[in-house]
Design a protein around this ligand. Structure first.
Ligand SMILES: [Zn+2]
Length: 128
């Protein structure tokens, strides 16, 4: 494998770089590139993933958990640092806006299809 080929493999992993930009950077011609893609399965796969929009940035940026304010690196599209916080956050969002029921007891919360009984309970303080 040539050095250019190796470099292309690496650069193609970055969703921020256009394939054209990479070729310019490395001074690789279109035809040369197509040949590489034909014999190099890694490059071919990366190109496919790019076309399908499946390429993910290798590292995510840390975000702040809206529930406990902890900074963390999200895995996938999660906005919360943990399952506990996700549950809490979901209740918060449901409690805000839309219909708000007063004095809903245990059985009343099952409307959304989830969260029936258990230890979940509407957060006590949600006055604005
Ligand atoms: Zn959290």
């Amino acid at each position: 494998m040539t050095l250019e080929e190796k470099a292309i493999e690496l650069l193609l992993r970055s969703p921020r770089l256009e394939a054209g930009t990479i070729l310019d950077l490395l001074d690789v011609g279109d035809r040369e590139f197509r040949e590489m893609a034909r014999r190099n399965r890694t490059i071919a796969k990366l190109l496919e993933a790019r076309r399908a929009g499946e390429l993910k940035p290798p590292t995510s940026e840390p975000i702040q958990c809206p529930v406990c304010s902890e900074w963390f690196v999200p895995y996938g599209s999660s906005r919360f640092c943990s399952d506990t916080c996700r549950t809490a956050g979901r209740f918060r969002e449901e409690g805000r806006g839309r219909h708000r029921r007063r004095g809903c007891g245990d059985g009343e919360m099952a409307e959304g299809g989830h969260a029936k009984g258990d230890e979940v309970r509407a957060p006590a303080r949600q006055k604005e």
